[in-house]
Every structure is written in C-alpha cells, then in structure tokens.
Design a protein around this ligand. Structure first.
Ligand SMILES: Cc1cc2nc3c(=O)[nH]c(=O)nc-3n(C[C@H](O)[C@H](O)[C@H](O)COP(=O)(O)O)c2cc1C
Length: 180
C-alpha cells in the first residue's frame, strides 16, 4: 500500500507491458474502484468491457490513430479495459438535460477512469488512458449496443518501463482565489 499522495503523484501513463497475467483479485479491485466512483445523481452510466482476447485486442489496436504512442500497449497489455457510457443518463432528468453542458457522460467516465488508474497503480499495475482512436470502429468490434458509446481504452498490466513525470503547471499558475 502506498501513501495517498504518492499514489496520485506516482501514477504514470505506461505504454510498455510485461507478458505477465494479472491476479483475478487485483483485476476485481480495479473494477471495484470504478464501481465506487461518484457519478451524476448516482446514475453510474458506465459499462465496462474487460478484454483479454488477443484477436480482439489486435483489432482494437487498428482503431488507434497513426502515431498514437499507445498503439503497441493495446496488444501488449494482458488486459484492456474499455470504458463505455450510456447516453442521455448523466446530467438528464426525465429525458431532459439539466445544465448547459448536456450529457455529463464524459465527466463521469473521466472520474471512473481515474479511480481505475489510481487503484491499479496502488497494486503496482500500470495503465494508460487512450482516447485518440476511432470510437465508432471500436464500438463495431465490441458489439456496442444502440444508446451507448465507447469512450476510452485503458491497457492494464505490469509495467515494462519506467517513465518520468511530464511537467505540471505550478499551483499558482492555475489556482485563483475569490474570483477568476
Ligand atoms: C482523456 C485522455 C486521453 C488520452 N489519450 C491518450 C492517447 O490516445 N494516447 C496516449 O498515448 N496517451 C493518452 N493519454 C495520456 C496522456 O498523454 C497522459 O496522461 C499525460 O501526458 C500525462 O502523463 P501521465 O499520465 O504520465 O501523468 C490520454 C489522457 C487522457 C486524460
């Protein structure tokens, strides 16, 4: 178990993976972290596909845009977790949007994805969030139903690389007090 701030600061996008299976209880813990994520009015609009099948991973790899540095990771990681979302659920009440932002699906899936990545890091497992791919093609491959979208792919496995942290803006550069 790592210290909480160590977990937050030490998680990195991992793009190379060892050829090593993940214990089932660790996979369950990562899924449990998604389960307990907050969501709009507790709508829990996420659906999660756990992919272990090499042929499916291979097909998914082909949906990544040319030059995406995570292409190899999709085939290499023992598991790829796919975050899908139900449309018109988060941010909606009786079929109507409740805010100027419309569907809050991306927001809720973002939180769930961060829970996943932090829980994985706490178990010494690596992840990388992949958003730059053809979501429609991925939905076809994964047989996603009407009313749902595939949003992000997250390879999960034991890291085969050490990555240094990309720089962050200083707190003083983005925090405002009292007014913007
Ligand atoms: C919404 C989102 C989409 C991302 N999509 C990709 C991607 O398609 N390919 C990739 O290699 N990294 C992707 N990343 C990872 C970021 O590049 C990475 O998180 C960022 O550079 C900071 O590095 P760190 O995660 O190691 O702190 C994505 C991250 C987020 C949050």
């Amino acid at each position: 178990m790592l210290d909480f701030m160590e977990i937050i600061k030490g998680r990195r996008g991992i793009r190379r993976y060892q050829d090593r299976e993940i214990p089932e209880e660790d996979l369950n813990q990562v899924l449990e972290a998604i389960r307990w994520s907050p969501s709009w009015a507790n709508t829990q609009c996420w659906e999660v596909i756990v992919i272990k099948d090499s042929a499916i991973k291979q097909k998914l790899q082909e949906t990544l845009s040319t030059g995406n540095p995570s292409t190899k990771a999709i085939g290499e990681a023992p598991v790829v977790i796919t975050l899908c979302g139900k449309l018109q659920s988060a941010g909606y009440k009786r079929g109507q949007t409740t805010t100027k932002f419309g569907d809050w699906l991306m927001f809720d899936l973002g939180i769930a994805t961060q829970s996943l990545c932090l829980a994985a890091h706490n178990l010494n497992l690596g992840t990388v969030i992949v958003g730059l791919f053809d979501q429609d093609k991925a939905k076809d491959i994964l047989k996603g139903p009407e009313g749902y979208e595939v949003v992000a792919l997250v390879p999960l496995g034991y890291p085969a690389q050490e990555v240094s942290a990309p720089p962050r803006r200083e707190i003083a550069e983005f925090v405002h007090y009292d007014t913007f």
